[in-house]
Design a protein around this ligand. Structure first.
Ligand code: ZEM
Length: 286
């Protein structure tokens, strides 16, 4: 137990569960980052629906979306933290999980504020299909991310998260990691994208991706079709080049854009208090 609002106690406990020797590359970090992103990335500006408020992945409508396959692992990793700090909402815990994981994996410190609600407002539920499909191209990525209010440079920057973690055949159908040190936050994704000779490959399950055999790592690394679209699109590409050569700039921009991501749909007053969360029904008192 901790005092309600003591987020530093929660941060500490998230940090100490990241080491998971039996799981993937030995870290819960990447899948926690994906949980934070998919919690928030359903947001639509025009209708003010979706986003992290409500922690909708607890329910089948959102949790069972094929786009969210595998994220139950992330939620299970965080369950002991919720059991210990019962006052925190899932919506806060799932977004904070990604923030702490990025920092612990060597990434930037990212501004994060609490106060999200677990109260499910039926009028705010996102339909399925709001999250991006890795098999598609630049038009699709723009359609998905413009809906959340992101620009082309922000899209490229956010995609740099693919320096973390891997694709799982039994989750998305894609297979492999983007870089050979996938539990360390860096700009390697951009550097490899630009400098390696990526070849199209159709996997046994019929899924199409791009691969490059890394002789040093003795491992085949991968890119999604949406990743490669950043390289071929004239508005995206200069940002790939910038982030590949300027790691500091990438870290600084990523910190800004990821904190914007986890704030989608959260309204605050000047003091930072959330004004569109029903905390009586969903928050501290639930
Ligand atoms: Zn991802 N992502 N993503 N992404 N992603 C996967 C894995 C991870 C796309 C996508 O289709 C996929 C962002 C944007 C986009 C992470 C973070 C962020 C996987 C593999 C796919 C298929 C899932 C699996 O099989 O387990 C597409 C199309 C995107 C937009 C164009 C953004 C934005 C992210 C955060 C800022 C992370 C960390 C992973 C690794 C998860 C893991 O379990 O290792």
């Amino acid at each position: 137990m901790s005092t309600p609002g003591d987020y530093s106690a929660v941060r500490k406990d998230i940090a100490s569960l990241l080491h998971q020797p039996g799981y993937d590359d030995g870290s819960a970090g990447p899948v926690l980052v994906r949980l934070a992103w998919h919690s928030s990335g359903t947001y639509d500006y025009e209708t003010d629906t979706g986003g992290s408020n409500g922690a909708g992945m607890r329910y089948e409508a959102e949790g069972g979306d094929p786009a969210n396959a595998g994220l139950q692992h992330a939620r299970v990793f965080l369950e002991p933290v919720k059991a210990k700090h019962t006052w925190i909402t899932y919506a806060d815990l799932w977004t904070l999980g990604g923030i702490v994981a990025i920092q612990e994996m060597g990434g930037p410190e990212i501004e994060w504020k609490g106060g999200r609600t677990d109260y499910v407002d039926d009028s705010k539920l996102p339909p399925r299909g709001r999250l991006p499909d890795g098999a598609q191209g630049a038009d699709h990525i723009r359609f998905i991310f413009y809906r959340m209010g992101f620009s082309d440079p922000m899209i490229v920057c956010l995609s740099g998260a693919h320096t973390l973690g891997r694709c799982h055949s039994d989750r998305s159908g894609f297979h492999g990691a983007w870089v050979n040190n996938p539990t360390r936050f860096s700009n390697t994704y951009f550097r490899l994208m630009l400098t390696r000779n990526w070849k199209e490959k159709v996997l046994d399950n019929g899924v199409r991706q791009f691969v490059y055999y890394d002789e040093d790592a003795e491992e085949e690394l991968m890119m999604l079709p949406t990743d490669m679209a950043l390289l071929s699109d004239p508005s995206f590409r200069p940002w790939v080049e910038l982030y590949a050569k300027d790691k500091e700039r990438f870290f600084a921009d990523f910190a800004k854009v990821f904190s914007k991501l986890v704030e989608l749909g959260i309204e605050r007053d000047e003091a930072g208090k959330v004004t569109n969360a029903d905390n009586f029904r969903g928050g501290y008192h639930s």
